[in-house]
Design a protein around this ligand. Structure first.
Ligand SMILES: O=C(O)c1cc(=O)[nH]c(=O)n1[C@@H]1O[C@H](COP(=O)(O)O)[C@@H](O)[C@H]1O
Length: 281
């Protein structure tokens, strides 16, 4: 694989050209059933190919959720590999949602699995958990830098259970989540047009004005659709950082399948609502 431009630059361009929407590839068993597919590898393959065919040439980012593929063992992972390759070949950036996090020496192997330049699952970016300490992610930061990839670090997650960890106040008075954002701002300092080290910040969280979201990196914002947030909520949650927000919708789009036209129409509605919401800031 030839050297890639940094992820942040590639993402900024894709967002400018295609709009910022990220559609999730989350083959829930319930969605397979709704699509009239069996809960098996053939159903998984049909589902993920359909989403890639419907979306990969028109949205900036696709985010496959690894768990739904791992559920089927090695054959499920083979389907995931194909989805990643086909989505990237069609021009979408792929954020692998695997939420990895471990001690540094093991984290290096996770990073090789998803960000190694010849890895079968090479993705443009990977979701990671910093809750073994931000520094434990440094092998992934280094490999991402080397290979033009990015990370999305869980900072303020969309689920209410996240608060007990992420809003906990440290001895220096800062919350744990704010500390993760500060680490990312340091990682992205001086990068233009956008750093490659993003934060995950839920669109469900309401007013976040007490947090400094200005990390000069992308903010992946899940929670729109099935978890109750709407595109219209984005300005109130993110303020002026909204122009760096990559809003994710998974079930809110996927439940409109299996027809490709209906999936595209659902994604287009979200994209238009996002465009209108962001334009007012
Ligand atoms: O990292 C993520 O993508 C993520 C972080 C978070 O805080 N909340 C969250 O929902 N997600 C993921 O975003 C997707 C949301 O799916 P829907 O609720 O169906 O739109 C799922 O794949 C979640 O695993």
């Amino acid at each position: 694989m030839s050297a890639l431009e940094p992820f942040g630059a590639r993402l900024r361009r894709a967002m400018d050209e295609r709009g910022p929407l990220c559609v999730g590839i989350d083959p829930h068993a319930s969605l397979l059933a709704e699509w009239g597919l069996n809960d098996d590898v053939a159903g998984l393959e049909r589902f993920s190919r359909t989403v890639v065919e419907a979306m990969a040439h028109r949205v900036a980012v696709l985010k496959p959720q690894s768990a739904f593929f791992e559920r089927f063992g090695s054959r499920g992972v083979a389907v995931l590999e194909k989805a990643v390759a086909e989505a990237r070949a069609a021009g979408a950036l792929v954020v692998m949602d695997a939420k990895r996090g471990d001690i540094g020496s093991t984290m290096a192997a996770y990073a090789e699995s998803f960000l190694g330049k010849d890895a079968p699952l090479f993705s443009d970016a990977l979701t990671v958990s910093p809750y073994l300490g931000y520094g434990s992610l440094s092998p992934a930061v280094a490999l991402a830098r080397e290979n033009g990839a990015g990370l999305f670090v869980l900072a303020l997650t969309s689920n209410p259970e996240g608060h007990e960890v992420q809003r906990a106040v440290r001895t220096d008075g800062r919350t744990v989540g704010a500390t993760m954002l500060a680490h990312l701002a340091a990682e992205n300092a001086g990068e233009e047009p956008l750093g490659s080290f993003g934060a995950v910040v839920g669109a469900t969280l309401g007013d976040l004005s007490s947090y400094d979201l200005d990390i000069n990196g992308p903010l992946l914002a899940p929670g729109i659709g099935a978890q109750g947030a709407t595109p219209a909520d984005l300005p109130a949650v993110f303020g002026s950082a909204v122009r760096n927000v990559v809003p994710n919708v998974s079930r809110g789009v996927l439940r409109h399948g299996p027809e490709v036209g209906a999936l595209r129409a659902a994604a287009d509605r979200f994209a238009e609502e996002i465009r209108a919401a962001v334009a007012v800031v």
